[in-house]
Design a protein around this ligand. Structure first.
Ligand code: PEP
Length: 254
């Protein structure tokens, strides 16, 4: 029996547009976590400028993380934000490897690996996002793409350090498209990812890693996804900007 605690997380991306909107949303999401909620970890990945103020309104109900980090600690990297800066304001979690970073910003597996390693080195936690494109999916390459992204992204991270790593399987064809993966497809790839982790590390480590599904998760799809044995949580984009929807996702019914 696995001891994986469910993990529901939201990715705000380049939203909301003002601090006021961010604080209202953060406040409403925190209010959706009640005594009757499932025993679940909740994290919100928010734009840097809103991190501290959002932390202030959500208290200890959920953790507020960064959408990305610079793998360098300091120096001539205009526009970058380091793990040490984030750590100093109490941030624990950050995303790495989101498909929008890979595709729009050209972040490579090596760069993503450097981000993951820097976060782990700083005592922080990382949610490594992986997933295949539509063409790769159609060619039945989901598992092999995920294997490469896992191996390259986690290079140099030990079995012990894997307790501070979560994986988000996000098929690119499902992100922001309204086309959620079926629970069967997601479960199959999650099990394949866990088998890859068992190969890279060992069965116990793989059994303890939380693998979240991401890609057009809604209140309508979350329950069945969360009832799959290898789906341990959700990384939610669009629906995390609507407190009623995200609140329902946090309060999933497996
Ligand atoms: C995401 O950006 O990680 C994501 C899953 O987005 P959406 O839920 O909007 O598909």
């Amino acid at each position: 029996l696995n001891a994986r605690k469910p993990f529901i997380s939201g990715n705000w991306k380049l939203n909301p547009q003002t601090k006021e909107e961010a604080l209202t949303l953060g406040n409403e999401i925190a209010a959706a976590i009640t005594e009757d909620s499932p025993d679940v970890d909740v994290a919100l990945f928010v734009p840097y400028v809103f991190i501290e103020s959002t932390m202030g309104v959500v208290g200890d109900k959920l953790s507020v993380g960064a959408e990305g980090v610079c793998p360098e600690l300091k120096g001539a990297y205009t526009g970058a934000i380091s793990t040490s800066m984030l750590k100093s304001i109490g941030v624990q979690w950050a995303l790495a490897g989101h498909s929008e970073r890979r595709v729009i910003y050209g972040e490579t597996d090596d760069y993503i690996n450097a981000q993951c390693r820097k976060l782990i080195e700083q005592g922080m936690s990382v949610m490594l996002c992986i997933g295949e494109s539509l063409t790769e999916f159609e060619q039945d390459l989901a598992a092999s793409v995920c294997a490469v992204q896992l191996k390259k992204g986690l290079k140099g991270i030990s079995a012990e350090e894997m307790s501070r790593v979560a994986i988000a399987y996000e098929p690119v064809w499902a992100i922001g498209t309204g086309r959620v993966a079926t629970p069967e497809i997601a479960q199959k790839v999650h099990a394949q990812c866990r088998a890859i982790l068992a190969e890279m590390y060992d069965a116990e480590t793989a059994d303890n890693v939380r693998i979240l599904y991401g890609g057009s998760v809604t209140p309508e799809s979350v329950d069945e996804l969360m009832s799959q044995p290898d789906i341990d949580g959700a990384l939610v984009g669009g629906a995390s900007l609507d407190s009623a929807k995200f609140g329902r996702i946090i309060n999933f019914k497996p």
